[in-house]
Design a protein around this ligand. Structure first.
Ligand code: ARG
Length: 399
């Protein structure tokens, strides 16, 4: 009997995948990765068994997820199309890596996932799996099966007595982990429709946020977050705490149209409280300690980095090379940033570092000033010299 290791979430799609694969003669091993979406419930494990899974394997990947995936993306300032902090995208190569490892351990020749044929996740899972082991067969039941709608899928599940949680079923497709929540489909498919109140999943909606601001101080060492309000914390609890604080104030929400890998535009709603706070803090610390050339080069490379993460190209040479570059830039990214969370916003209000490039005696307008303004005279003359007397005009009618 052929063994297939399925990336199993416990939701409707992957539960039906278990049955579908079992019906086709596979011994199905359901692999559940804990990336902070909430502990795999006993109901989900039971559901896999009832659907015909031979066994369920659970791995707590939270620590690896934060330190090896979220931190590098944070240091790169990886934000896709200027808005998406890539929570879902970052988790896929990690899950795929462990999926392949489990397949190797069990000597399975095939892996499977429950992604649809028009999303990015199929690309991320499969590209990663093929990088790691191109000999593995990859099965994507959702791309192949006969169900035309969610209703047909539910009907199939009921027919096979797979206990699906009808009450818990939301009209949205939701993916969650420590770095954020992705919410799509349902009424969100109309890009003009405002996301309803119930789309606030991990954070409070603006009308329910706290009436008092909360101040937070984040400490960084070589670009990695290490403390919260002066208290040293490990990566996972640090992110968890920031998620809770950010959630109280509705921080980190984004509603956007994005360009998917497969060429379509889709409407997405994201929540990334901890990510948003950490990104705001990290960027500000870099403004303090990096010279302008390095800062600006990093900005442009961050766009590339985000594109690689989004497209599932995590385990690739360019990504590895970019990490090496970024780590080099982080040598002086040590210090603290103070922020205020309030009514959906997260504002930097203070920053300090032993590597600060800020010189008060040069910046001040007070009597302590040591800057020589006469030096500016010659500087400006030479700086503007190439353009003197040459006013460029767009000729009428030529545009
Ligand atoms: N569009 C987002 C991305 O590509 C979110 C995907 C969400 N996945 C899901 N199964 N709901 O990363």
């Amino acid at each position: 009997m052929k063994t297939v290791v399925l990336a199993y979430s416990g939701g409707l799609d992957t539960s039906v995948c278990v049955k579908w694969l079992a019906e086709r003669g596979y011994r199905v091993v359901a692999f559940m990765a804990d990336v902070g979406q909430g502990e795999p419930s006993t109901a989900a494990i039971r559901r896999a068994k009832i659907a015909g899974a031979d066994s369920v394997i659970i791995r707590d990947l939270r620590q690896e997820f934060v330190t090896d995936f979220c931190w590098p993306a944070l240091k790169a300032h990886a934000v896709y199309e200027g808005a998406y902090l890539l929570a879902t995208a970052l988790s896929r190569p990690l899950i795929a890596k462990h999926l392949v490892a489990v397949a190797h351990r069990l000597k399975a020749k095939a892996i499977a996932h429950g992604c649809t044929g028009k999303g990015n996740d199929q690309v991320r899972f499969e590209v990663t799996a093929r990088i790691l082991d191109p000999s593995l067969q990859i099965i994507a039941p959702v791309r192949e099966w006969e169900f035309r709608s969610r209703e047909e899928e539910v009907e199939y599940a009921l027919r096979h007595r797979i206990p699906i949680e009808v009450s818990k079923r939301s009209p949205y497709s939701i993916d969650q982990n420590l770095w954020g929540t992705s919410i799509e489909a349902g009424v969100l498919e109309d890009p003009w429709t405002e996301p309803p109140e119930e789309t606030y999943r991990s954070i409070r909606s603006p009308r329910r946020t706290s009436s008092q601001p909360t101040a937070v101080t984040i400490g960084f060492a070589k670009g990695n977050p290490i403390s919260l309000n002066g208290e040293r914390l490990k990566a996972v609890p640090l992110v968890e705490r920031l998620n809770r604080l950010g959630a109280l104030h509705g921080v980190g929400r984004c509603d956007m149209i994005e360009s998917r890998v497969v060429g379509i535009k889709s409407r997405e709603v994201y929540e990334s409280p901890a990510g948003t706070i950490l990104l705001g803090a990290h960027q500000e610390l870099e403004r303090l300690v990096l010279d302008r050339q390095l800062f600006q080069m990093k900005q442009t490379l961050g766009i590339k980095y985000a594109e690689l993460v989004y497209g599932g190209l995590w385990f690739t040479p360019l990504k590895t090379a970019l990490d090496a570059f970024i780590d080099e830039t982080q040598r002086t990214v040590t210090g603290e940033v103070r922020l205020k969370l309030f009514k959906g916003t997260c504002q930097v209000v203070g920053r300090r570092s032993p590597h600060s490039l800020y010189r008060e005696h040069l910046a001040t307008y007070s009597a302590k000033d040591r800057f020589d303004p006469r030096a500016s005279t010659g500087f400006i003359k030479l700086f503007g010299l190439p353009y003197e007397g040459k006013m460029w005009k767009v000729e009428d009618g030529k545009r």
